[in-house]
Design a protein around this ligand. Structure first.
Ligand SMILES: C[S@@+](CC[C@H](N)C(=O)[O-])C[C@H]1O[C@@H](n2cnc3c(N)ncnc32)[C@H](O)[C@@H]1O
Length: 627
């Protein structure tokens, strides 16, 4: 349950055209939209998980939703000067993270096998659902309306905002953003054009651009740093501008440019190289491919140069740059490199780990927080949903029921009991409030078969259990019994922590790093369950019978992705005194430095280690005290 609600401050812009869609916000009162706005953004408890570096700039990484992060910032009077967001696009895609088994340092045979696989680039990977973005337009716009109001409430008076979208929804979002930020504060729709494969399309042109809508809080007060792009050589200019140069009588090369008055003027390439070229609103920047140096294997990762332009144009050193859909952490990473402060958040565990490792490797200092909103129960909402369904005893799919109901449970007293589970992917249904209960009583229950005696309603978050129970008791329009159940109790019971056997020793081999922790065995039920699921799926689909199931060694060290030692404290927030990340090719990244060595099964530290943290390849982290 939220500690309290923090006002959005949704000042409507007078005289602004609005989209004619039904604005349903998740924290609304029974049927009155204005009550939603009165109620505000939910503020939850926040726990600091880790401190990286001295963090005098107060850089923050939150694991939590955009709206709950904004509530925290608002409550603490923290404002931001520039926002870039790249929210899930309503594109219907279902993003996946590839998970790679690492090389097992303990087993000679496995070493050979792993190296062979690496050579042949047939890395063993299995997919894990990260987050889905399957939405309908109405829901998406409602969700973005709420997020944008929350973001606006923590933007400084002269802040700018860039919203990264594509053809699926950008045209609707322009109208929505006009409503929130004001048409007069619209500055650009930046076209990010990228290259792709040539293929013949039958019905339309190839879609090869995204659109970034750029607004400011106050068109007169918000500054903008125009800048020129420098080209390395005339050849680069020609390639990027895709213009064939002409040569004058002195052998100087030029292109013809539009002077804006119907006339064409000569633009000499040597001058263009010297002066640079003004950056306009069409940006030709290639997408990141997997082999790019900056690639982190995060499926929607955007290129750093894109963010560099935005951050340089709309902020100055020491200003606060924020990204509330942080993904791979590109905004925070570029902001930090350009000496800006940063605030970022994401709901996905994989995202938080990717950005944490990226920023730490870049030498940035920051704190990592978790917002205790009861949603990040298990890695991310998609996986939590899958997990929840598998954990409710006796829950069966029931095609005959409306999709509002997740399935049914049968018992001898009540017969078939329909079960409602909030969809964690859909922000409008996560909170069990009077609105949802009203829907259940007046819309969902009347559609059930007439012999239904009872329904079960699960919740993750509830406005107030007493209030909802009273609401049910006072509503006498149904004789069906409604049982409320807390989903969190189910998950708390079943998450089995990973298990590690390790030894700690002092070594004289290394003069600096005197302590060595050696991992002898690692077991993870959570990873093993995923692998089993993957093996079963592949065997079923394997018509040619060539699939070789993945097998985990007795030592299990191939399931480890990251290790860290805390030598400062044996409780509270984590301080990583020494860390090893094993990349997908099994090469070690030691304290942020990439190496070409394989992991030897140990981790060293200068000071006596007090705690050991291990992250498995699916992203679950477990901490052990070192006696
Ligand atoms: C398109 S990706 C962002 C990619 C990022 N710009 C980058 O370059 O790496 C969208 C991100 O939004 C996150 N996300 C989805 N819903 C969210 C919410 N309500 N609050 C915060 N983050 C959310 C997803 O986990 C995902 O990482």
């Amino acid at each position: 349950m939220p500690i309290k609600y923090v006002p959005f401050v949704p000042e409507p812009i007078e005289g602004q055209a609005v989209l004619n869609f039904n604005r349903v916000l998740k924290y609304k009162g029974v049927d009155d939209t204005s009550m939603t706005l009165q109620r505000g953004m939910p503020l939850y408890e926040v726990e600091k998980l880790e401190s990286v570096g001295d963090n005098t700039e107060n850089n923050m990484v939150f694991r939590g939703e955009c709206i709950t992060t904004c509530a925290y910032l608002k409550e603490h009077n923290i404002q931001v000067d520039l926002v870039y967001i790249d929210p899930p696009f309503a594109s219907g895609a279902d993003y996946a993270k590839k998970i790679y088994l690492r090389r097992n340092p303990k087993v000679a045979e496995a070493i050979a096998q792993a190296e062979q696989e690496i050579d042949s680039e047939e890395l063993r990977a299995f997919e894990e659902k990260m987050y889905g973005d399957v939405w309908n337009k109405e829901k998406y716009l409602n969700w973005m309306y709420e997020n944008l109001l929350a973001i606006k409430s923590i933007m400084s008076e002269t802040a700018s905002i860039y919203v990264h979208l594509d053809w699926h929804i950008v045209h609707y979002m322009k109208v929505l953003m006009d409503e929130i930020f004001g048409e007069d504060n619209f500055r650009n729709d930046i076209i990010w054009h990228y290259s792709g494969w040539n293929k013949k399309l039958k019905v339309s042109f190839e879609k090869r651009h995204d659109t970034i809508l750029y607004y400011c809080q106050d068109d007169e007060g918000t500054s903008f740093n125009s800048f020129f792009e420098q080209w390395e050589s005339e050849e680069e200019y020609i390639k990027k501008r895709k213009q064939k140069p002409l040569t004058d009588e002195n052998g100087r090369r030029y292109v013809l440019s539009d002077a804006g008055n119907g006339k064409r003027v000569k633009r000499y390439l040597d001058e263009a190289i010297k002066d640079g070229v003004v950056v306009d609103d069409v940006w030709d920047i290639d997408k990141i491919n997997n082999s790019a140096k900056e690639s982190l294997d995060y499926s929607t990762q955007k290129p750093e140069v894109l963010l560099e332009r935005i951050i340089k144009a709309s902020s100055n050193e020491n200003m606060v740059v924020a990204d509330f859909f942080g993904g791979s952490g590109v905004t925070a990473a570029v902001a930090s490199k350009l000496n800006r402060r940063f605030i970022t958040c994401d709901i996905g565990l994989n995202s938080i780990q990717t950005m944490r490792d990226r920023l730490s490797a870049d030498g940035a200092s920051f704190d990592v927080y978790e917002i205790k909103d009861g949603v990040q129960l298990y890695r991310n909402p998609v996986q939590t949903m899958d997990k929840i369904k598998s954990l409710i005893p006796g829950l069966k799919n029931e095609d005959a029921l409306d999709s509002f109901w997740e399935g049914t449970i049968t018992d001898t007293k009540n017969g078939t009991i329909p079960v409602y589970i909030p969809n964690l992917m859909d922000s409008t249904s996560k909170l069990l409030d009077k609105v949802t209960m009203q829907r259940i009583i007046h819309e969902a229950i009347p559609d059930l078969p007439p012999n239904t005696k009872k329904v079960i309603v699960y919740y993750v978050d509830i406005t107030s259990e007493e209030e909802i129970k009273q609401f049910i008791d006072e509503d006498d329009s149904t004789i069906v019994e409604i049982e409320l159940r807390d989903l969190k109790t189910i998950l708390d019971d079943v998450v089995i922590e990973d298990y590690a056997e390790f030894s700690v020793a002092e070594t004289s081999d290394d003069l600096i790093n005197k302590y060595v922790v050696t991992i002898n065995r690692f077991m993870s039920d959570r990873v093993t369950a995923k692998i089993l699921e993957y093996n079963n799926k592949c065997s079923l689909n394997d018509k040619k019978k060539t699939f070789k199931p993945i097998q985990i060694s007795n030592e299990g060290l191939e399931m480890i992705e990251y290790l860290s030692l805390d030598c400062e404290s044996n409780e509270g927030e984590w301080h990583s005194s020494s860390e090893i990340k094993i990349d997908k090719n099994s090469f070690v990244i030691l304290n942020g430095e990439k190496t070409k060595s394989f992991w030897d099964g140990s981790i060293k530290s200068e000071k006596k280690p007090l705690r050991l943290k291990i992250r498995n390849i699916c992203g679950d982290e477990t901490v052990w005290s070192i006696e």
